[in-house]
Design a protein around this ligand. Sequence first.
Ligand SMILES: Nc1ncnc2c1ncn2[C@@H]1O[C@H](COP(=O)(O)OP(=O)(O)OP(=O)(O)O)[C@@H](O)[C@H]1O
Ligand SMILES: [Mg+2]
Ligand SMILES: [Zn+2]
Length: 543
Amino acid sequence: MKAPYLVLARKYRPKALGDLVGQASVAESLRNALKEGRVAHAYLFAGPRGVGKTSTARILARALNCAAGSGPTTEPCGRCDPCREIEAGGDADVLEMDAASHRGIDDARALRDAVSFRPLRDRHRVYVVDECHMLTNEAWNALLKTLEEPPGHVRFVFATTALEKVPETIRSRCQVFEFRRIGEAEIAARLRRICEQEKFEVGEDLLASIAGASRGGMRDALSLLDQLVSFAGPRPAPEHLVELLGASERGGLLALFEEIAAGDRAKVLRGLDDLFRRGADEETLLDQAVGHLHRLLLVRLCGKEAPGVGESETPERLEALSRQAARFSPERLEEMAQALLAARWRLRDAPALRRAVAEVGFLRLCRGEEYLPVGAILERLEALERSLASGRATAAPGPAATGPPAPRPAEPKALAPSPPRPGATDPWSRVVEAVRRRSPLAAESFARCRPASLEGPVLRLPVAKLREGERRLVEDARNLAAAEAEARSALGPGTRLELETAPAEEGRRPAPRAAPPVRGASADHAAAEVARQFDGDVLEEGR
Ligand SMILES: Nc1ncnc2c1ncn2[C@@H]1O[C@H](COP(=O)(O)OP(=O)(O)OP(=O)(O)O)[C@@H](O)[C@H]1O
Ligand SMILES: [Mg+2]
Ligand SMILES: [Zn+2]
């Protein structure tokens, strides 16, 4: 098995206050508080996704607990046990939890009770509660008292992307830091440094475009860089970015949610496979999908004049969005977004199964309106736990298990394939154009591996000279099938395509045709395993 590749966003997580980009006032306040020994008992970090909230929470935890000196420090050493374990998320005194899946009163009570224990090793117990706006009012109430008079060894960091949803009573008991979107110049500068370290050659213009496309989110910027390099190699050109953005924005998400609306799981899996092949990483894909759902929700509730949508979309896309929005109820859009956020959180629990976690998350959206709201699921779980605890093995009350939702009739695709370019008469150009109708990105790769000879029933594609990302696009069974169909119509019904995976040698037989990407039994098994592990029985139905 290949060693897991650490995505740039995780590899370059800032480790000290000085590393944080674009959050100067937050860093300055924390630095002063640490110096003067006035670190607040509870912080509330608010701001958009991927701008440094979790990173800062971990930096603060290290600063409080670094064992190199005799007390908290503004410059944690990075080498002692607490420093290293906090970075890896494995320090027993630094507890990160996700309010999206632990939002009820019992979780809050458990937290409140745990708070009174002394730290196991470190100076402070640090509780990081992510997506804290998801906590219920009862849960907050259970925490209120603790927030008023927390034991001296305890620090809370609440993080949220929706400050306005955090009750005022809580906000007033925390020190609130608002994290900002990061300026394009600062993002570009960080990217430039990372490119130097990774030995990528990326021009200034391209860095600026990546920074612009990531709308102030550093994680988005890093993940875009990741995708770009995995597709185009260490010396990407501006056209590659244009293709990449176009492909994932236009074709990708909109089409994916069409399949979700139709309840077609197989197509959803294939669509995801496409996006992953283009180098999307799980976190970003889930983020982008949540963003897409958010836009759908806005359009569903406010029409095409929805605030913040119209300005950033072309009229065609707005039309497609509004058509798609009409296929879902507002409640379902919200539940879908929550389900994806929950999946996103689980990624970190199962690093080896990231893809499976993401796929299961998306598959769950195919359940149509019968899809259980998160609240109902939690209630059923709690009821089940209670009944187990009291020794009764009765099933939890709740909606009867139903089969998969009946697929709705598919509407016409929002996006018609682009017509072939005029003048494509040469047989290979015809093949390339046929592939372009499936995937503009793949077409470029096919264009680059034109067979040496267009004679005879077998055309050999010199894929060995392509970069890995390009080659995978050519090897994709569906792209190959599209190409072969066109080759047949251009050159005769017996025509076949074969991949030449190594430079031709004397006496060497041509490489066998790439097999279609089969989702192996083990991958399915892993996905089912993840579903079981995280969802218990309630979410198994309909799979
Ligand atoms: N201010 C920043 N300076 C440098 N890198 C950053 C910054 N913010 C984010 N990053 C990069 O993005 C990654 C994700 O950041 P982080 O997890 O801190 O974001 P977040 O604000 O907690 O996002 P979310 O709301 O999605 O949880 C980091 O690992 C790091 O690589
Ligand atoms: Mg975070
Ligand atoms: Zn240390």
